[in-house]
Design a protein around this ligand. Structure first.
Ligand code: CP3
Length: 350
Protein backbone atom coordinates (compact mmCIF):
# COMPACT_ATOMS: atom_id res chain seq x y z
CA UNK A 1 0.00 0.00 0.00
CA UNK A 2 1.29 3.45 -0.87
CA UNK A 3 2.39 5.57 2.06
CA UNK A 4 0.95 9.08 2.26
CA UNK A 5 3.62 11.62 1.44
CA UNK A 6 2.81 13.71 4.52
CA UNK A 7 3.66 10.85 6.90
CA UNK A 8 6.30 11.98 9.40
CA UNK A 9 7.73 8.43 9.14
CA UNK A 10 9.15 9.37 5.76
CA UNK A 11 12.51 10.83 6.64
CA UNK A 12 13.79 13.40 4.17
CA UNK A 13 17.43 13.76 3.18
CA UNK A 14 19.55 14.81 6.16
CA UNK A 15 17.19 13.06 8.55
CA UNK A 16 15.24 14.30 11.57
CA UNK A 17 17.90 16.88 12.49
CA UNK A 18 17.57 18.84 9.23
CA UNK A 19 13.78 18.44 9.30
CA UNK A 20 13.66 20.07 12.73
CA UNK A 21 16.11 22.84 11.77
CA UNK A 22 13.90 23.70 8.84
CA UNK A 23 10.80 23.89 11.02
CA UNK A 24 9.26 20.61 9.83
CA UNK A 25 7.88 17.78 12.01
CA UNK A 26 10.53 15.04 12.15
CA UNK A 27 9.87 11.29 12.63
CA UNK A 28 11.30 11.68 16.16
CA UNK A 29 12.81 14.59 18.06
CA UNK A 30 16.44 14.76 16.93
CA UNK A 31 19.14 14.88 19.57
CA UNK A 32 22.84 15.68 19.67
CA UNK A 33 24.87 16.98 22.61
CA UNK A 34 27.40 19.76 22.89
CA UNK A 35 30.85 18.30 23.67
CA UNK A 36 29.58 14.84 22.73
CA UNK A 37 33.17 13.91 21.82
CA UNK A 38 35.49 14.57 24.73
CA UNK A 39 37.16 13.60 27.95
CA UNK A 40 34.18 11.74 29.46
CA UNK A 41 34.87 8.98 26.88
CA UNK A 42 37.68 6.53 27.71
CA UNK A 43 38.58 6.09 24.01
CA UNK A 44 39.12 9.85 23.76
CA UNK A 45 41.31 9.93 26.89
CA UNK A 46 43.34 7.03 25.55
CA UNK A 47 43.93 8.83 22.25
CA UNK A 48 44.83 12.05 24.08
CA UNK A 49 47.46 10.22 26.14
CA UNK A 50 49.35 9.80 22.84
CA UNK A 51 48.44 12.94 20.87
CA UNK A 52 48.25 16.62 21.89
CA UNK A 53 44.93 18.43 21.59
CA UNK A 54 46.14 20.70 18.80
CA UNK A 55 47.63 17.76 16.89
CA UNK A 56 44.31 15.94 17.21
CA UNK A 57 42.45 18.99 15.84
CA UNK A 58 44.86 19.24 12.88
CA UNK A 59 44.98 15.54 11.90
CA UNK A 60 41.92 14.94 9.68
CA UNK A 61 41.88 11.14 10.12
CA UNK A 62 41.95 11.45 13.93
CA UNK A 63 39.44 14.30 14.07
CA UNK A 64 37.17 12.17 11.85
CA UNK A 65 37.60 9.11 14.06
CA UNK A 66 36.73 11.03 17.25
CA UNK A 67 33.70 12.71 15.64
CA UNK A 68 32.27 9.50 14.17
CA UNK A 69 32.99 7.41 17.27
CA UNK A 70 30.93 9.70 19.53
CA UNK A 71 27.98 9.89 17.13
CA UNK A 72 27.99 6.11 16.63
CA UNK A 73 28.31 5.13 20.31
CA UNK A 74 25.58 7.58 21.32
CA UNK A 75 23.35 7.11 18.23
CA UNK A 76 22.84 10.88 17.90
CA UNK A 77 21.02 12.39 14.93
CA UNK A 78 23.92 14.75 14.24
CA UNK A 79 27.69 14.67 14.61
CA UNK A 80 29.67 17.80 15.38
CA UNK A 81 33.02 18.27 13.74
CA UNK A 82 35.88 17.71 16.19
CA UNK A 83 37.86 20.97 16.25
CA UNK A 84 37.99 24.06 18.47
CA UNK A 85 36.73 27.63 18.29
CA UNK A 86 40.28 28.89 18.91
CA UNK A 87 41.89 27.38 15.77
CA UNK A 88 41.02 30.50 13.78
CA UNK A 89 43.31 32.57 16.01
CA UNK A 90 46.29 30.73 14.51
CA UNK A 91 45.54 32.61 11.26
CA UNK A 92 46.13 35.90 13.09
CA UNK A 93 49.68 34.93 14.01
CA UNK A 94 48.99 33.68 17.53
CA UNK A 95 49.92 30.38 19.13
CA UNK A 96 47.08 28.36 20.64
CA UNK A 97 47.74 25.53 23.10
CA UNK A 98 45.88 23.58 25.74
CA UNK A 99 47.59 23.61 29.11
CA UNK A 100 46.23 20.96 31.47
CA UNK A 101 44.34 22.58 34.35
CA UNK A 102 44.67 26.08 32.89
CA UNK A 103 42.48 25.64 29.84
CA UNK A 104 43.33 27.00 26.39
CA UNK A 105 46.16 29.56 26.17
CA UNK A 106 46.64 32.14 23.41
CA UNK A 107 50.02 33.85 22.93
CA UNK A 108 50.70 36.68 22.61
CA UNK A 109 47.55 38.18 24.13
CA UNK A 110 46.37 41.33 22.34
CA UNK A 111 46.10 44.00 25.03
CA UNK A 112 47.06 47.17 23.17
CA UNK A 113 44.19 48.48 20.99
CA UNK A 114 46.69 50.00 18.54
CA UNK A 115 47.80 46.46 17.65
CA UNK A 116 44.41 45.63 16.10
CA UNK A 117 45.16 47.46 12.86
CA UNK A 118 48.48 45.58 12.58
CA UNK A 119 47.04 42.05 12.71
CA UNK A 120 48.02 40.00 9.65
CA UNK A 121 45.44 39.33 6.92
CA UNK A 122 44.24 35.75 7.63
CA UNK A 123 44.71 33.12 4.92
CA UNK A 124 41.85 30.64 5.31
CA UNK A 125 43.83 27.94 3.53
CA UNK A 126 45.73 27.74 6.82
CA UNK A 127 42.86 25.63 8.21
CA UNK A 128 42.73 23.15 5.34
CA UNK A 129 43.10 20.25 7.83
CA UNK A 130 39.66 21.17 9.18
CA UNK A 131 38.02 21.14 5.73
CA UNK A 132 39.66 17.80 5.02
CA UNK A 133 38.25 16.41 8.30
CA UNK A 134 34.78 17.61 7.22
CA UNK A 135 35.14 15.78 3.89
CA UNK A 136 36.20 12.54 5.61
CA UNK A 137 33.42 12.70 8.22
CA UNK A 138 30.68 13.42 5.68
CA UNK A 139 31.83 10.41 3.65
CA UNK A 140 31.65 8.08 6.68
CA UNK A 141 28.47 9.37 8.28
CA UNK A 142 25.16 7.67 7.31
CA UNK A 143 22.99 9.84 5.00
CA UNK A 144 20.26 10.36 7.63
CA UNK A 145 22.73 11.82 10.16
CA UNK A 146 23.74 15.45 9.78
CA UNK A 147 27.23 16.89 10.14
CA UNK A 148 27.44 20.18 12.02
CA UNK A 149 30.37 22.47 11.27
CA UNK A 150 31.10 25.26 13.72
CA UNK A 151 33.08 28.32 14.70
CA UNK A 152 33.33 30.68 17.64
CA UNK A 153 31.52 34.00 17.32
CA UNK A 154 33.73 37.11 17.07
CA UNK A 155 33.04 38.39 20.62
CA UNK A 156 33.95 35.07 22.27
CA UNK A 157 37.00 34.47 20.07
CA UNK A 158 38.18 38.06 20.64
CA UNK A 159 37.84 37.57 24.40
CA UNK A 160 40.32 34.65 24.28
CA UNK A 161 42.72 36.70 22.14
CA UNK A 162 42.53 39.74 24.42
CA UNK A 163 42.64 37.81 27.73
CA UNK A 164 45.17 35.22 26.51
CA UNK A 165 42.99 32.42 27.91
CA UNK A 166 39.79 31.79 29.85
CA UNK A 167 38.49 34.62 31.98
CA UNK A 168 36.04 35.18 34.79
CA UNK A 169 35.36 38.90 34.60
CA UNK A 170 36.54 39.63 31.02
CA UNK A 171 38.44 42.61 32.41
CA UNK A 172 40.75 43.24 29.46
CA UNK A 173 38.03 42.54 26.91
CA UNK A 174 35.56 44.97 28.47
CA UNK A 175 38.30 47.53 29.07
CA UNK A 176 38.98 47.57 25.32
CA UNK A 177 35.27 47.51 24.45
CA UNK A 178 34.49 50.52 26.67
CA UNK A 179 37.82 52.36 26.35
CA UNK A 180 38.73 51.82 22.70
CA UNK A 181 35.37 51.07 21.03
CA UNK A 182 36.58 51.72 17.48
CA UNK A 183 39.52 49.35 17.71
CA UNK A 184 37.37 46.75 19.48
CA UNK A 185 34.77 46.94 16.71
CA UNK A 186 37.52 46.63 14.10
CA UNK A 187 38.92 43.55 15.85
CA UNK A 188 35.50 41.89 15.87
CA UNK A 189 34.99 42.81 12.22
CA UNK A 190 38.30 41.19 11.23
CA UNK A 191 37.43 38.02 13.15
CA UNK A 192 33.87 38.08 11.76
CA UNK A 193 35.06 38.19 8.15
CA UNK A 194 37.52 35.36 8.66
CA UNK A 195 34.87 33.32 10.50
CA UNK A 196 32.40 33.71 7.65
CA UNK A 197 34.95 32.46 5.16
CA UNK A 198 35.89 29.60 7.53
CA UNK A 199 32.25 28.47 7.88
CA UNK A 200 31.63 28.82 4.15
CA UNK A 201 34.55 26.52 3.43
CA UNK A 202 33.29 23.97 5.97
CA UNK A 203 29.93 23.95 4.16
CA UNK A 204 31.66 23.56 0.79
CA UNK A 205 33.51 20.56 2.24
CA UNK A 206 30.22 18.91 3.28
CA UNK A 207 28.87 20.36 6.56
CA UNK A 208 25.04 20.14 6.54
CA UNK A 209 24.54 22.87 9.17
CA UNK A 210 26.71 25.24 11.19
CA UNK A 211 26.68 26.34 14.81
CA UNK A 212 28.16 29.68 15.84
CA UNK A 213 29.22 29.51 19.52
CA UNK A 214 29.10 32.87 21.32
CA UNK A 215 29.80 31.14 24.61
CA UNK A 216 30.70 34.20 26.70
CA UNK A 217 28.64 36.98 25.11
CA UNK A 218 26.06 36.59 27.90
CA UNK A 219 28.40 38.80 29.95
CA UNK A 220 27.45 42.00 28.11
CA UNK A 221 24.24 44.05 27.87
CA UNK A 222 21.86 43.92 24.93
CA UNK A 223 22.91 47.46 23.92
CA UNK A 224 26.60 46.47 23.81
CA UNK A 225 25.67 43.24 22.05
CA UNK A 226 23.85 45.14 19.32
CA UNK A 227 26.62 47.71 18.95
CA UNK A 228 29.66 45.41 18.95
CA UNK A 229 28.92 41.70 18.76
CA UNK A 230 25.92 41.60 16.42
CA UNK A 231 27.44 43.30 13.33
CA UNK A 232 30.46 40.99 13.47
CA UNK A 233 28.39 37.83 14.05
CA UNK A 234 26.19 38.91 11.14
CA UNK A 235 29.25 39.06 8.88
CA UNK A 236 30.07 35.48 9.88
CA UNK A 237 26.55 34.08 9.43
CA UNK A 238 25.82 35.96 6.20
CA UNK A 239 28.71 34.18 4.47
CA UNK A 240 26.90 30.84 4.88
CA UNK A 241 24.27 30.06 2.19
CA UNK A 242 20.72 30.46 3.47
CA UNK A 243 19.60 26.89 2.76
CA UNK A 244 22.12 25.73 5.41
CA UNK A 245 20.72 25.82 8.99
CA UNK A 246 22.60 28.38 11.12
CA UNK A 247 22.41 27.61 14.84
CA UNK A 248 23.49 30.31 17.27
CA UNK A 249 24.25 29.56 20.91
CA UNK A 250 25.65 31.33 23.94
CA UNK A 251 25.70 30.61 27.66
CA UNK A 252 23.70 32.97 29.89
CA UNK A 253 22.09 34.63 26.89
CA UNK A 254 18.40 34.64 27.89
CA UNK A 255 18.45 38.46 27.64
CA UNK A 256 19.99 38.29 24.16
CA UNK A 257 17.93 35.61 22.39
CA UNK A 258 16.10 37.94 19.99
CA UNK A 259 19.20 40.06 19.39
CA UNK A 260 21.24 36.96 18.57
CA UNK A 261 18.56 35.76 16.18
CA UNK A 262 18.80 39.18 14.51
CA UNK A 263 22.44 38.38 13.74
CA UNK A 264 21.12 35.99 11.10
CA UNK A 265 20.55 32.71 12.95
CA UNK A 266 17.85 30.33 11.71
CA UNK A 267 17.89 28.14 14.86
CA UNK A 268 18.49 29.44 18.40
CA UNK A 269 20.35 27.43 21.04
CA UNK A 270 18.99 27.89 24.57
CA UNK A 271 21.04 27.40 27.76
CA UNK A 272 19.80 25.61 30.88
CA UNK A 273 19.16 28.81 32.85
CA UNK A 274 16.53 29.95 30.36
CA UNK A 275 13.04 28.43 30.36
CA UNK A 276 12.57 26.75 26.98
CA UNK A 277 8.84 27.58 26.78
CA UNK A 278 9.65 31.24 27.44
CA UNK A 279 12.40 31.16 24.81
CA UNK A 280 9.88 29.79 22.30
CA UNK A 281 7.50 32.65 23.08
CA UNK A 282 10.28 35.21 22.54
CA UNK A 283 11.34 33.66 19.27
CA UNK A 284 8.01 32.98 17.53
CA UNK A 285 8.44 30.46 14.73
CA UNK A 286 12.27 30.28 14.90
CA UNK A 287 13.32 26.68 15.67
CA UNK A 288 15.04 26.16 19.03
CA UNK A 289 17.65 23.76 20.44
CA UNK A 290 18.24 22.87 24.10
CA UNK A 291 18.35 22.82 27.08
CA UNK A 292 18.87 20.10 29.73
CA UNK A 293 21.33 21.03 32.49
CA UNK A 294 24.49 19.00 31.66
CA UNK A 295 25.04 18.30 35.37
CA UNK A 296 21.83 16.22 35.41
CA UNK A 297 23.85 13.60 33.52
CA UNK A 298 25.72 12.98 36.79
CA UNK A 299 22.43 11.92 38.46
CA UNK A 300 20.51 8.62 38.39
CA UNK A 301 18.28 7.67 35.46
CA UNK A 302 15.02 8.46 37.22
CA UNK A 303 16.22 12.01 37.90
CA UNK A 304 17.44 12.44 34.31
CA UNK A 305 14.05 11.28 33.02
CA UNK A 306 12.08 13.48 35.42
CA UNK A 307 13.88 16.57 34.10
CA UNK A 308 13.95 15.55 30.42
CA UNK A 309 10.21 14.91 29.89
CA UNK A 310 9.07 18.49 30.68
CA UNK A 311 11.74 19.87 28.33
CA UNK A 312 10.43 17.66 25.52
CA UNK A 313 6.93 19.00 26.25
CA UNK A 314 8.14 22.60 26.06
CA UNK A 315 10.11 21.91 22.89
CA UNK A 316 7.10 20.49 21.06
CA UNK A 317 7.03 18.43 17.86
CA UNK A 318 8.07 20.90 15.17
CA UNK A 319 11.20 22.99 14.85
CA UNK A 320 12.80 21.58 17.96
CA UNK A 321 16.16 19.87 18.53
CA UNK A 322 16.96 18.32 21.91
CA UNK A 323 20.36 19.19 23.39
CA UNK A 324 21.96 20.16 26.69
CA UNK A 325 22.12 23.77 27.88
CA UNK A 326 25.93 23.62 27.58
CA UNK A 327 28.64 21.00 27.03
CA UNK A 328 28.98 17.55 28.64
CA UNK A 329 31.40 17.75 31.61
CA UNK A 330 34.37 15.32 31.86
CA UNK A 331 33.02 13.43 34.93
CA UNK A 332 29.85 12.33 33.07
CA UNK A 333 29.19 8.54 32.87
CA UNK A 334 28.91 7.50 29.19
CA UNK A 335 26.00 5.17 30.02
CA UNK A 336 23.92 8.10 31.21
CA UNK A 337 24.49 9.94 27.95
CA UNK A 338 23.41 6.87 25.98
CA UNK A 339 20.38 6.54 28.22
CA UNK A 340 19.42 10.16 27.52
CA UNK A 341 19.66 9.81 23.73
CA UNK A 342 17.60 6.58 23.79
CA UNK A 343 15.04 8.18 26.08
CA UNK A 344 14.50 11.15 23.75
CA UNK A 345 14.19 8.84 20.75
CA UNK A 346 11.81 6.42 22.48
CA UNK A 347 9.52 8.99 24.01
CA UNK A 348 9.20 11.00 20.79
CA UNK A 349 8.94 8.21 18.15
CA UNK A 350 5.50 7.28 17.06
O1 CP3 B 1 32.08 17.28 20.68
C1 CP3 B 1 32.18 18.49 20.46
O2 CP3 B 1 31.50 19.36 21.04
C2 CP3 B 1 33.10 18.93 19.34
C3 CP3 B 1 34.30 19.57 19.61
C4 CP3 B 1 34.42 20.89 20.33
C5 CP3 B 1 35.50 21.16 21.20
N1 CP3 B 1 35.47 22.48 21.54
C6 CP3 B 1 36.49 20.17 21.61
C7 CP3 B 1 37.28 20.41 22.81
C8 CP3 B 1 33.68 22.08 20.22
C9 CP3 B 1 32.40 22.33 19.46
C10 CP3 B 1 34.37 23.07 20.98
C11 CP3 B 1 33.94 24.47 21.07
C12 CP3 B 1 34.55 25.35 22.08
N2 CP3 B 1 35.88 25.44 22.45
C13 CP3 B 1 33.86 26.35 22.79
C14 CP3 B 1 32.40 26.66 22.61
C15 CP3 B 1 31.55 25.70 23.32
C16 CP3 B 1 31.35 26.00 24.76
O3 CP3 B 1 31.76 25.12 25.55
O4 CP3 B 1 30.81 27.04 25.06
C17 CP3 B 1 34.78 26.99 23.65
C18 CP3 B 1 34.46 28.11 24.62
C19 CP3 B 1 36.06 26.43 23.40
C20 CP3 B 1 37.37 26.82 24.04
C21 CP3 B 1 37.88 25.66 24.78
N3 CP3 B 1 38.59 24.62 24.20
C22 CP3 B 1 37.70 25.35 26.15
C23 CP3 B 1 36.99 26.23 27.17
C24 CP3 B 1 38.29 24.09 26.38
C25 CP3 B 1 38.27 23.28 27.63
C26 CP3 B 1 39.40 23.55 28.51
C27 CP3 B 1 39.39 22.61 29.71
O5 CP3 B 1 40.45 22.06 30.01
O6 CP3 B 1 38.31 22.39 30.28
C28 CP3 B 1 38.85 23.67 25.15
C29 CP3 B 1 39.52 22.41 24.89
C30 CP3 B 1 38.64 21.37 24.29
N4 CP3 B 1 37.93 21.57 23.15
C31 CP3 B 1 38.44 20.04 24.74
C32 CP3 B 1 37.63 19.42 23.80
C33 CP3 B 1 37.17 17.99 23.76
C34 CP3 B 1 39.11 19.37 25.93
C35 CP3 B 1 40.39 18.87 25.34
C36 CP3 B 1 41.20 17.90 26.15
O7 CP3 B 1 41.58 18.19 27.30
O8 CP3 B 1 41.51 16.86 25.56
Amino acid sequence: MAETSSSPERTSVGGPFLDACQGRTPSHIPVWLMRQAGRYMSEYRELRSRVSFMELCHTPELACEVTIHAARVLDTDAAILFADILLILELFGTKVSLVGGKGPQVEPALRDPSQVALLPEPDLEGLSTVYEAVRLIRKELPADRALIGFAGAPFTVASYLIEGGPSKNFENTKKMMFGAPEQFALLLEKIGRATGEYLRRQVEAGADAVQLFDSWVGNISEADYRRFALPASRLALAAVPDHIPKIHFGKGTGHLLSAMRDAGASVMGVDEMTNLGWAREQLGSTPVQGNLDPILLLCDRETIKRHTLPILEQGGRSGYIFNLGHGIVPSTPVDNVRYLVDLVHEVTSR
